[in-house]
Design a protein around this ligand. Structure first.
Ligand code: DGP
Length: 126
């Protein structure tokens, strides 16, 4: 089954400039902006500009240039937020995918969370 990208998802609207966002970083292949419901002092979402639903979709179908641009954008965001291991105390990067990943917005995004100790990786919800 092919990946199915919904052009009406909220991050597609942000990329088209239809909804405002608090931009942290932008490049040819990526946009980073602050999460509307921050879970930590640093909570930035980094998205590729191309129409990819999830990390597995992106990893399978994106061009090499898109992949390099996206990964480098994550580096720039970590540097700008002061959470790299060379500057700060580190961060957590999360990318939820699909139903079991409890993904709310179906456009690939990684959450960069930092500025405090993030605790154990997963707290069981059941
Ligand atoms: P996820 O469960 O990984 O799909 O998380 C989606 C995140 O997106 C969630 O933390 C809230 C955030 N979010 C949802 N709508 C908006 C929006 O319109 N603007 C911004 N900046 N963040 C949003």
């Amino acid at each position: 089954m092919a990946y199915n990208y919904d052009n009406q998802n909220i991050f597609a609207k942000i990329l088209r400039g239809e909804i405002p966002n608090n931009t942290v970083y932008e490049s040819e292949h990526a946009l980073a902006f602050r999460d509307i419901q921050p879970q930590a002092p640093t909570h930035v979402l980094v998205i590729p500009k191309g129409p990819y639903v999830s990390f597995d979709h992106f990893a399978a179908d994106a061009t090499d240039a898109e992949i390099i641009g996206y990964i480098r954008a994550i580096s720039e965001v970590c540097k700008a937020e002061g959470v790299t291991l060379t500057q700060g105390e580190g961060f957590r990067m999360i990318s939820n995918a699909g139903a079991h990943g409890v993904q709310e917005v179906p456009h690939l995004h990684v959450h960069i969370l930092g500025g405090r100790n993030m605790g154990r990786m997963i707290a069981r919800a059941d």
